[in-house]
Design a protein around this ligand. Structure first.
Ligand SMILES: [Zn+2]
Length: 240
């Protein structure tokens, strides 16, 4: 997306948000500019169809990872002027969890992705998710934790021992601490339980803090779910 498209869609987004705040409802009927510019419509998938497509892709990834390749050159030129991704993924920055691959070798323009250590929903991520849902028409948000997550392990250490972490890592980990504290002393593996609980809390936080997402969820235009990817098996476990 070129800078003018970003500016244009950003202005449209801000207009939508301001109108929604003033009227108590979002005016989402207009097509988002970035998709229209490319002759694209926002995805026709509803939230459940998007979820089914991710599950199918993950099953393909587990079964035949060698088949997960794409004609990138053609797809790249088709998408220069716009995008219409059909799912938004908030995942860990961990190099072992690239969403396009674990969901079956998806192509350019399919997933709208936010990544940081520990799949945390900070202000930047919340704004990005809102942009994906309200402007690009992405009908599904997945908070994707993963097994053996270093950020979650660090939060568990801090919760258990009071360890002080250096630099910006300490405040980053802060938002995982409520999940770690909630799981401390419970039956089962502390880190695994915290990975799941943190993804759950983050999904709830997105809906609680974002009026834009909450309204789209209430209108059944968007679904927010959470899941945990297993590094060993390759399976994404969607938790209902
Ligand atoms: Zn991680």
């Amino acid at each position: 997306m070129c800078q003018s498209c970003i500016d244009q869609s950003r202005r449209k987004f801000l207009t939508l948000s301001a109108a929604g705040a003033a009227a108590g409802a979002l005016a989402l009927s207009a097509l988002p500019a970035p998709a229209r510019a490319a002759g694209l419509l926002p995805t026709s998938l509803d939230p459940d169809a998007a979820l089914a497509k991710l599950k199918e892709g993950n099953a393909n990834f587990m079964k035949s990872p060698e088949l997960c390749a794409n004609a990138l050159d053609k797809r790249r030129s088709d998408l220069v002027e716009g995008q219409a991704p059909w799912a938004t993924i908030l995942s860990c920055a961990d190099s072992r969890v690239p969403p396009e691959l674990v969901f079956g070798g998806l192509n350019l323009g399919e997933l709208f992705i936010c990544r940081n250590a520990g799949n945390i929903a900070d202000t930047d991520v919340l704004g990005t998710i809102e942009y994906g849902a309200a402007v690009l028409g992405s009908p599904l948000v997945v908070v994707l934790g993963h097994s053996n997550c270093g950020a979650i392990k660090a939060a568990c250490d801090v919760a258990k021992t009071g360890a002080v972490l250096p630099g910006f890592i300490a405040p980053m980990i802060d938002s995982i601490l409520p999940a770690a504290r909630a799981e401390m002393g419970k039956e089962g593996d502390f880190v695994a339980n915290t990975i799941r609980e943190s993804a759950k809390m983050t999904a709830e936080k997105v809906v609680r803090l974002s009026g834009i997402v909450r309204q789209l969820v209430e209108e059944k235009k968007v679904k927010v779910v959470y899941a945990v990817y297993d590094l060993e098996s390759g399976k994404v476990d969607f938790i209902d």
